[in-house]
Design a protein around this ligand. Structure first.
Ligand SMILES: [Fe+2]
Length: 338
């Protein structure tokens, strides 16, 4: 999201606090047997604020992931000098933040280090970095992240957010700029994986990362999703921009029926082209198929900077708060209790 975004209303914050204050066990659709007599892969979902538990009959041993999005790192050096005109606004956006739990003043680098510490103490199998890790594509920030991940000795997965590849005001479409700056700056963060779509199996759970940081899905990504969810493995889907959920604003912009040029409020301040008129048919089909997938345990996203949970067709989508404040999710995938 852009730092100019209006803060959520206090009434909405209050509702969220109330909804998430205790152990929230949401009604689960998918118990019993499927039409073909099989036990469904989705065996339950519970949430204690930022700790998520997903149960599946296809998992034999617990799997734990640390999920973080929107760290908004802005470290830069002389190599960024020629781009200052394009990075200045975002570089100023997250110099000081308030810690998501203590409320104390902090900053994104301290929060990122703290989050890696949580991943280690939780013995997470992998850290999932789900976009807007950076506020702009700074080489110095990429090097800093890679060094810290290396020191922590933690495996990680990464997919880009809309700010990771964006120098505000540089000419080009979002698709062109994403392609260009992935190659110029972000490539090492992928550790050899495909930036647009990748799948990693961890403890029998397939973790899919799909780059929807332009808000849209390509035909290749739709094919990828179909292919990767066609097997027997339980799947979790990680994206930067949340998928549309009924009642949500266009921040939940992937597949939102109102997404398009008429609802693009930030194009001028972010100095980028207006969103296209409306979503492609491919993006809308992707949204429909995600929430019809029998193998999908859950969707995890960032971008709004606001912890939220929606359940669509029995599939939960959890959006993490901004890691620039230390917010993150601990995702546990557990065997369904007998
Ligand atoms: Fe974002």
């Amino acid at each position: 999201m852009t730092p100019t975004r209006e803060p959520a209303s206090s009434s909405r914050r209050g509702w969220l606090k109330g909804a998430l204050a205790g152990s929230a066990v949401l009604p689960w659709v998918g118990t019993g047997r499927t039409e073909d007599g099989n036990v469904p892969l989705r065996g339950g979902f519970s949430q204690d604020v930022h700790r998520i538990r997903l149960y599946s009959s296809a998992v034999t041993a617990p799997v734990k992931l640390l999920f973080a999005a929107d760290t908004h790192l802005s470290r830069d050096d002389a190599r960024g000098e020629p781009f200052r005109e394009y990075s200045a606004r975002m570089a100023g956006g997250y110099q000081r933040t308030r810690h998501f739990q203590s409320g104390a003043e902090t900053h994104p680098e301290a929060c990122f280090l703290e989050t890696l510490g949580v991943a280690k103490s939780e013995a997470a199998a992998s850290v999932v970095l789900a976009g807007d890790l950076l506020s702009f594509p700074s080489e110095a920030a990429v090097e800093w992240v890679l060094a810290r991940l290396g020191e922590a000795g933690l495996p990680w997965l990464y997919t880009a957010g809309n700010h990771d590849w964006h120098y505000e005001g540089l000419p080009g479409s979002s698709e062109e700029l994403r392609r260009e700056w992935i190659e110029k700056r972000l490539r090492p963060l992928y550790d050899g994986r495909d930036p647009h779509a990748s799948a990693v199996v961890i403890g029998g759970v397939k973790v899919l990362l799909i780059d929807n940081s332009t808000y849209e899905i390509t035909p290749e990504q739709l094919d990828f999703f179909r292919r990767e969810t066609a097997g027997e493995s339980p799947v979790i889907l990680c994206v930067h921009i949340p998928l549309y959920a009924p009642g949500r604003p266009v921040g939940f912009g992937c597949g939102h029926p109102d997404w398009g040029a008429a609802t693009d409020k930030h194009h001028a301040i972010e100095r980028r082209p207006l969103w296209r008129g409306r979503h492609s048919e491919t993006t809308m089909t992707f949204h429909r198929e995600v929430f019809a997938s029998p193998h999908l345990l859950g969707v995890f996203a960032g971008h709004t900077h606001q912890l939220s949970t929606d359940v669509i067709n029995g599939i939960p989508q959890v959006v993490a708060g901004a890691n620039a404040t230390g917010a993150h999710l601990v995702i546990e995938i557990l065997p369904t209790p007998e």
